[in-house]
Design a protein around this ligand. Structure first.
Ligand code: KG4
Ligand code: ZN
Length: 353
């Protein structure tokens, strides 16, 4: 059995987990800072890094304890190294490097979005499949032909879906993080307000969410100027319906074009109840299998990093201690991206031999 200790600190969750063979979660500890950031209406990067420093030691200890695993029995230390808030990433990465060095274990640097996709491996998904990754920072349609093989079929041209949810929640006074609150409000509303969907007219599978976000803001401001009351639940339901349609139409188009029979959801927005229902409906209609992680593995967590890292481990794709954090990095990055831009050495045992 391969046991990987995984660490995730790319945004405002300090998380550690122990995952066996890339599929079995032995422990999954998450310290969410969301309450502390909510009074500012969003994540304050400096506050986030400081809080990561304060609690990472305890979170990792808890993960090992809950998994009934000693550090000596771990086969590798995995950590998110990109993309994300640089100060937050650096806390997890430095901690993981120190732990790997001190315990003489291999280090595995994992891409955060790859982690989100691999959360589905905890639920029995195997490639090939098409995955929609929708989070606070990303909205991508990705074809996964095989483990560690990613092709971006579509992406947002402006805001991420989660970002639009958070902004709309703020305008409606629903608080941070916005997604779950909009989801809740929408369940009590009727999608009676028509919002226009972007029409790129070029056969693309890309998304755009800034138009609908602005339309919601304008709707609220217009009502305020006229002294009219806004029905927040109806507005949330109308916004959510439009976003869900945008996300699902393109993803299923991509899946059909790719000829795959499995479709998956990943990222924080994947825990949206309406999106899950619509994917379920369309999968049935198109005779496809639908996979989505349990909600706790949709938002940021370290178990997903452990699931992804297993496929690096079996390929002996280990990182060296010069691995650096990166705020931006595409999921289909190459070793050259790391060497050129970060001057990191990406060690592969195969290359060494
Ligand atoms: O994956 P994640 O935890 O962090 C990032 O990598 O960004 O995603 C967080 C995003 C936030 O924008 C949050 O509002 C959104 O996911 N989110 C949701 C729901 N739960 C979280 N959006 C819509 N509906 C939800 N139920
Ligand atoms: Zn995330």
């Amino acid at each position: 059995m391969v046991k990987i200790l995984a660490i995730e600190s790319s945004c405002d969750e300090t998380a550690a987990a122990v995952v066996a063979d890339g599929t079995t979660v032995l422990s999954n500890i998450i310290f969410s800072q969301a309450d502390l950031h909510s009074k500012y209406g969003g994540v304050v990067p400096e506050v986030a890094s400081r809080l990561h420093i304060e609690c990472i030691d305890k979170v990792v200890d808890e993960a090992l304890k809950e998994a009934h695993t000693a550090l000596e029995d771990i086969d590798a230390v995995a950590v998110t190294f990109a993309p994300g808030l640089i100060g937050s990433l650096l806390v997890g990465l430095s901690y993981a490097k120190a732990l790997a060095y001190a315990s003489n274990k291999p280090l595995i640097g994992v891409h955060h979005i790859e982690g989100h996709i691999c959360a589905n491996y905890l639920n029995g998904l195997t490639p090939p499949f098409v995955c929609l990754v929708a989070s606070g920072g990303h909205s991508h349609i990705i074809k996964v032909s095989d483990y560690r093989n990613y092709e971006i079929l579509g992406k947002t041209r402006d805001d991420a879906a989660g970002e639009a949810f958070d902004k709309v929640a703020r305008v409606l006074g629903l608080g941070y993080p916005g997604g779950p609150n909009v989801d809740k409000a929408a369940r009590n509303g009727t999608p009676c307000i028509p919002f226009k969907k972007p029409d790129f007219n070029d056969g693309t599978l890309d998304f755009s969410f800034s138009g609908i976000k602005t339309a919601v803001i304008n709707y609220v401001h217009n009502a305020e100027q006229k002294g009219e009351e806004v029905n927040k639940n109806d507005l949330a339901a109308s916004f959510q319906k439009t976003v869900v349609e945008l996300l699902s139409e393109n993803t299923f188009k991509a899946a059909k074009q790719s000829g795959v029979k499995k479709v998956a959801l990943a990222g924080g927005v994947a825990s949206n109840s309406a999106l899950r229902e619509e994917f379920q409906r369309l999968a049935q209609k198109n005779n496809m299998e639908f996979f989505r992680p349990d909600p706790i593995f949709c938002t940021d967590n370290a178990a997903m990093i452990g699931a992804a890292a297993y496929h690096y481990y079996v390929r002996e794709e280990f990182s060296d201690l010069s691995l650096n954090a990166k705020a931006y990095l595409p999921i289909n990055f190459t070793q050259a991206d790391l060497l050129e831009k970060g001057k990191n050495k990406w060690l592969s045992a195969k290359n060494d031999a």
